[in-house]
Design a protein around this ligand. Structure first.
Ligand code: ADP
Ligand code: ASP
Ligand code: MG
Length: 453
């Protein structure tokens, strides 16, 4: 095991010069942190996605490029010696401009491959600037292009890592560099076997940091963000949400899976595989401490937290033929598998099955049931698709074997129209689907009843 930590700084932590300076202070006061994984400056990835989606429109392109330049140049202007970082950032702008112009000239529609190429520029730029800022603070920092180490498949927009190659490359290129320097590198991006740029999906820098921590066998992973730790729910939704000092991997994974934005859903998979303790804290207020995620937490309360995931699509399949018949579900799943559709939640009754579709890639938006899949399903049964739904999840311990919890939860929600309920399959969660317009209210009501008494 390496003796150093990996620290990840999210978009708001590197949003501007002052925020980046706070990151530098954290690195200065944590000498065991030798590897820094940075997101793009706050707002940049959204602009780049916009650029990729509207690659055809020249005017829109110029406006977006200007906004991107403003964000980065404002920081560069505050560096003592910006020349090197500015030159590097200019190279990245040139790539953005060339790629989008060429795409327009050749009438190329945006594709996931092109999108990944463009959106990667956010992290490529922020790391040039952050490394320079750290050097000016006296830190022996060096910028490293993670695409040489984080090897992935070619599933653009939602790439999955090749763990073996990543570990091999990390051993050869990254670990030796960390002996001498504080290495500053990009979250979110990687490259496939032929060197094309890939991304791990929105919010993927957390996942990158965990994968890199695994590859270098780090002794710890620090996730620095804009809140001092993981709270009982998103403090933006319930202002009385409280920080959780310590939480188990399984509870935190459930939270991430059910949409708690604080962690990308896959973040804890590598950390768990290598038993790397994870700390979540605020780069703005590091003195406030944060949350430790470990294999076993000292407490395992019945109710731990509430999570919310918007943008859900529910597909309901109905057929009288399902009644007392066998093989129906198998046929449904065969069709879904054929069209590479990943199912998230599912409930069944005698004659119907309702399921939600898994999340989409870097381009975002609600997951869609492809037309071809819908047509095949319609040969089998009646198909109904609903959008604008949210999943609310209550995360805790031993919930399905504890008397009274279902009554307490559903009693609190009696005024809400619950569209789907999943209870009992997991000891760690109870979740339900409702309309997006009332989801926050449901969280607030539950938080008050279960966490504020
Ligand atoms: P970063 O840019 O650092 O990755 P994110 O915006 O992705 O930060 O994640 C941090 C945000 O996650 C917080 O500002 C908060 O609104 C949201 N959040 C959602 N659920 C929780 C939770 N349970 N505890 C703390 N923050 C949460
Ligand atoms: N910059 C990427 C995003 O905004 C990745 C990340 O910040 O985690 O989605
Ligand atoms: Mg994030």
């Amino acid at each position: 095991m390496s003796t150093f930590n990996v620290a990840k700084f999210g978009g708001t932590s590197v949003a501007n010069f002052e925020a980046m300076s706070r990151c530098a202070s954290i690195i200065e006061s944590h000498p065991s942190t030798r590897l820094v994984v940075s997101s793009a400056c706050s707002g940049v990835t959204n602009l780049l996605v916009e650029l990729a989606n509207g690659v055809q429109e020249q005017e829109q392109r110029a406006a977006v490029l200007q906004k991107l330049a403003d964000i980065h140049e404002t920081i560069l202007a505050k560096l003592e010696n910006a020349a090197e970082a500015a030159e590097a950032a200019n190279e990245v702008y040139a790539i953005l401009d060339t790629v989008t112009s060429l795409a327009e000239a050749a009438s190329i529609q945006s594709s996931t491959k092109l999108t990944d190429h463009l959106v990667a520029c956010g992290e490529l730029m922020s790391t040039h600037i952050l490394a320079q800022l750290m050097r000016e603070r006296g830190i022996n920092a060096i910028r490293f292009d993670i695409r040489d180490v984080l090897k992935t498949d070619s599933n653009f927009g939602r790439a999955e890592p090749n763990l073996e190659q990543t570990a091999q490359q990390a051993k050869e290129r990254l670990i030796p560099l960390c002996q001498e320097y504080v290495v500053v590198t990009q979250g979110f991006i990687g490259s496939n076997e032929v060197g094309d740029t890939t991304t791990l999906g929105r919010g993927g820098s957390d996942y990158s940091a965990a994968l890199i921590a695994e590859a270098v066998e780090a002794s710890g992973l620090e996730i620095w963000t804009d809140v001092p730790g993981i709270y009982t729910t998103d403090p933006r939704i319930a202002p009385k949400a409280a920080p959780i000092p310590e939480i188990s991997f399984s509870e935190a994974s459930e939270m991430a899976n059910f949409g708690a934005k604080i962690l990308h859903p896959s973040t804890l998979v590598p950390a768990l595989r290598h038993d790397i303790p994870v700390f979540v804290g605020s780069s703005r207020e590091p003195e406030k401490g944060g949350t430790w995620i470990r294999h076993h937490a000292e407490t395992s309360p019945l109710y731990r937290a509430l999570a919310l995931r918007n943008n859900q699509t529910m597909v309901t399949l109905r057929s009288a033929k399902m009644f007392h018949a066998y093989g129906f579900l198998a046929k449904v799943f065969e069709i879904l598998a054929k069209h590479k559709i990943s199912v998230d939640l599912i409930t069944t009754s005698e004659i119907s099955v309702s399921l939600t579709l898994d999340q989409t890639d870097t381009c975002g938006g609600a997951p869609q049931l492809p037309q071809a899949a819908r047509e095949e399903l319609e040969e089998l049964c009646h198909v109904e698709v609903e959008h604008n739904l949210s999943v609310v999840a209550l995360i805790g311990n031993n919930m399905s074997s504890s008397k009274g919890s279902a009554k307490q939860v559903f009693g609190t929600l009696e005024d809400f129209n619950l569209r789907m309920i999943c209870y009992g399959a997991s000891q760690h969660n109870l979740c339900f689907l409702l309309h997006e317009s009332v989801a926050k209210q449901a969280i607030q009501r539950l938080h008050q009843e279960l966490f504020e008494q």
